[in-house]
Design a protein around this ligand. Sequence first.
Ligand code: ACM
Ligand code: ZN
Length: 385
Amino acid sequence: GLQIDQSDSDKPQLLFTLSDEIKCDEAYSLKVAEDQIQISASTPKGLYRGWTTLRLMIPVTAESGGCSKGFYLPVVSIDDSPEFEHRGLLLDCCRHFMEPDFVKKMIDNLSIHKMNVLHWHLTEDQGWRVEIDSYPRLTEVGAWRTETDGSTHGGYYSKETIQEIIEYAAARQVEVIPEIEVPGHSQAAIASYPWLGCTGEELPVANQWGVFKDIYCPGNDSTLRFLESVFDEVCELFPSTKIHIGGDEAPKVRWASCDKCQKRIKDEGLADENELQTWVIEHVGEYLESKGKTIIGWDEILEGGLPEGAAVQSWRGMAGAIEGVHLGTDVISSPTSHCYLDYPLSNTDLEEIYSFNPMPEEASHGPGRVIGGECNMWSERAPQH
Ligand code: ACM
Ligand code: ZN
């Protein structure tokens, strides 16, 4: 093996080489010989992945200075590339607020496991966590809830903090994709600005878990202008080309008895409330497309017809993944059966998670594509420690 010994530091032992021969941007070759370590890739991202593999080969104590006598590495030759381009973790910082340093720790964990996407869940019934200058009540009001015991829980990320976290992630080859929920999971926004909902009633930021009936009113033009302004600021803040727009768990009872929503359905020639959901998501999708972004939505976005250009994240099993691929779009697999890290261990154990295949046979022939998978860390039962 190669002995890493500080006294030998005049020899060039670790070489990073950019090479056109490696095609995939995340692929790398790592060669440990008796006198040298060489990492080659076609991009800095690939070099970083190779470096990460090297880090995984050294004793864990080495990085904290605990190997003063040096250590041995095995002689190896590794050619590696990812099978899937999207390897994500959803982090729900809404049900419980997570401090910026904790989010960074999660990014470190993603990076060392060569995962490359932080899907940052930033808006919910129980809390709005992203600062929006044009609608300050979203964080003045929407970021705070009164718990059933009378205590206050909350917090939000300033634009400066978000930028810092995006940069921290980028330095570790992790992309941050924000999720701004439309049209459901929006009670904290409605608590901040009651006119965003169908009834106009004042509501608190939710302090219980579940699915709530009060969702954005897409019959109201002002709601659409609100969403556009929010996405203006989100797009300015987040460099990712993809934006997650939610789309899950949006009960339609308020829309069914809302004059404005019913008028929208009629004026736009829509069949029902499900098509109204597709209509509002398409509206947001077109708006984002004009800013060079594409959208991802949970598999419910298939229900009123797949919104043009949207990628599907399949969570209620793999049916949404298969349907999305058959409809020709990009798909991310994160079924509750394997990918919900917030479920009890008795429900989803480590072996099950490791056995997860994001691409079932039925989704392997296109015309769409499974671009990868995500594990989802919802935080109803997971306050930050
Ligand atoms: C979800 O778990 N509601 C996507
Ligand atoms: Zn309405």
